[in-house]
Design a protein around this ligand. Structure first.
Ligand code: SF4
Ligand code: SF4
Length: 63
């Protein structure tokens, strides 16, 4: 049982940075290769910006 706000399909992330550049809360950031990391899930306000802007549909907001 998990209460994480996002499901992330990590293997499809191409490290473009759009999601963490746009996240207003810095809930997501990049790892050392630039791939998405849900670093501060408690800060996520479920705005959906990351989900709707990821070009590769890596991120799914849990609604
Ligand atoms: S926007 Fe999508 S592809 Fe780009 S870094 Fe974020 S999760 Fe990865
Ligand atoms: S849903 Fe909004 S607050 Fe949560 S990680 Fe995505 S952009 Fe950031």
């Amino acid at each position: 049982m998990s209460s994480l706000p996002l499901d992330i399909n990590y293997k499809y992330c191409k490290a473009c940075g759009i999601c963490y550049d746009l996240c207003p809360k810095k809930a997501v950031s990049g790892d050392d290769q630039g791939k998405i990391v849900l670093r501060n899930p408690q800060l996520c306000v479920k705005c959906g910006i990351c989900e709707s802007h990821c070009p590769d549909y890596v991120i799914f907001l849990r609604r």
